[in-house]
Design a protein around this ligand. Structure first.
Ligand code: SAH
Ligand code: F3S
Length: 446
């Protein structure tokens, strides 16, 4: 008999990536095998993101494409999961007649049950946050991953006026320290060298009912034997404390890289966004982080064209980016989201202006990144291999400071998730090119 297969398409952030691993794990426990071809799958899951753009629109057109497979084989199941599922709920079933079920972000652990309900004739909608259910770490499929991701916090309690995440991921809940440490040890035993701690505002973690905060947690995780690289994402500037900053000075295995979204360089816009910090306090935080760890690479998120953003506000954002010299950034045009406050603000920025501002930011950033990357030419770096590059025979990986490195694999490629030593030969704005130093040694050893 032909084995049953599943296909998961993942959009969006690391939380969605981890949720997809959780869903894959449950299906594999049921005896299904993964496939890269949706056309071969018996279960197709679309794990969606709604943070920007016309996400709902994109979801419906993708579901439309998947529906064709039902015409070829009528036992195929199609499920909508992730943030659009949470947002749309039953509406999605009404709009897409062939959609089998809707699984919200807090109900990922119920996938098997939801599929069983579907097979029994129901069209289930599992959404909402009243019962988040058990978080089964053993049922996460980590196969082929280069890092072990661990959830610290689910949901978000902040109210940034542009952001839909609190609605799609629900209220903030921290996982107990004991569970987190157990999961990290489990991942180290599994063989992961890099651990990434996840949360929408990861540094807001608190022991439920206890007094430990994120500084205590970082300290405890960094001390676990076998954690070679530790990262966390995403930090909220206002939630950083001096003790958290100190961890960068204390623990070598805490990677010298931090993603610290600032969104804007104008205090007026930050206030309208409801971010709760100023450009000055952000700059002070960056200075203290760089003092604790001088080689720290900093990346950020920026939004242009937020309602009311004047040319002066935008120039302030450019100045901040020029001064702080981020190692990389993600810049987005503001996109109005349903159920958020910002679309009601006065003075929307037209699309042509927003696009021009976005281009100006990229033009400003490119030479900064080129120059920062050039400083690494001539050095040797430990590179954690993340997979294959676009060119044949080229592997890719990340330095401790999270820069992308491409190098020729040689005769004996490095296994994904392993660390190899690479001499950096050339810098581009978005990546580094290098040569593997231990290729010969490894080849001889085999
Ligand atoms: N706490 C999460 C936030 C998720 S959204 C994190 O920082 O990763 C990720 C980024 O998307 C935000 O930092 C913001 O820069 C951008 N973003 C969120 N909502 C947006 C919107 N409505 N329009 C444009 N960009 C948005
Ligand atoms: Fe969104 Fe702000 Fe939370 S950006 S995820 S509401 S911290």
């Amino acid at each position: 008999m032909r084995p049953r297969r599943f296909f998961v398409e993942t959009w969006g952030c690391q939380m969605n990536e981890l949720d997809s691993q959780r869903m894959a794990g449950q299906l594999m426990e049921q005896g299904l095998l993964p496939t890269r071809e949706a056309s071969e799958a018996d279960v197709i899951l679309l794990n969606s993101c709604s943070v920007r753009d016309k996400a709902e629109h994109k979801v419906y057109s993708r579901l439309g494409q998947y529906r064709q497979f039902k015409r070829e084989r009528d036992d195929v199941l199609i499920g909508l999961c992730g943030c659009v599922a949470e947002q749309e709920g039953r509406r999605a079933l009404d709009r897409v007649p062939d959609l089998d079920f809707v699984l919200g972000t807090a109900r990922v652990g119920e996938l098997t049950e939801v599929i069983a309900r579907r097979r029994a004739g129901e069209r289930p909608v599992a959404t909402g946050f009243t019962d988040r259910g058990h978080y089964a770490i053993d049922a996460i499929s980590r196969h082929g991953e280069y890092k072990g991701m661990v959830t610290l916090i689910e949901g978000c309690d902040k109210k940034c006026t542009f952001c839909i995440v609190p609605r799609t991921r629900g209220p903030e809940i921290s996982r107990p320290l004991r569970e987190v440490l157990h999961e990290v040890r489990h991942l180290v035993d599994y063989g992961f060298r890099e651990i990434e701690l996840l949360g929408q505002t990861v540094n807001h973690w608190r022991e439920p009912g206890g007094k430990e905060d994120f500084a205590d947690l970082l300290d405890a995780v960094a001390r676990i034997d076998g954690v070679e690289r530790l990262r966390f994402v995403t930090s909220y500037p206002r939630d950083f404390t001096p003790r958290m900053v100190d961890q960068f000075a204390v623990h070598d295995n805490l990677c010298p890289y931090l993603h610290l979204p600032v969104q804007s360089g104008s205090n007026r816009i930050l206030r309208l966004m409801g971010r709760g910090y100023t450009v000055e306090t952000y700059r002070e935080l960056v200075a203290s982080l760089r003092e604790a760890r001088p080689e720290l690479a900093l990346s950020t998120d920026l939004i242009v064209g937020f309602p009311g953003e004047t040319e002066e506000d935008f120039q302030a954002t450019k100045k901040m980016a020029a001064d702080l010299r981020f190692s990389s950034f993600y810049a987005f045009k503001y996109s109005p989201r349903p159920g958020t406050a910002a679309p009601h603000l006065p003075d929307p920025v037209d699309d042509v202006t927003a696009s021009r501002r976005l281009q100006e930011l990229f033009a400003l950033q490119e030479p900064i990144q080129q120059e920062l990357n050039e400083r690494l030419v001539g050095t040797e770096q430990d590179v954690l291999v993340t997979g294959w590059g676009k060119e044949p025979g080229v592997q890719s990986g990340r330095t401790v400071c999270h820069r992308v490195v491409h190098f020729a694999s040689g005769e004996h490629p490095v296994t994904t998730g392993e660390i190899t030593r690479v001499a950096i030969d050339r810098a581009l704005p978005h990546s580094l090119l290098g040569s593997r130093l231990d290729a010969h040694r490894q080849a001889c050893a085999q």
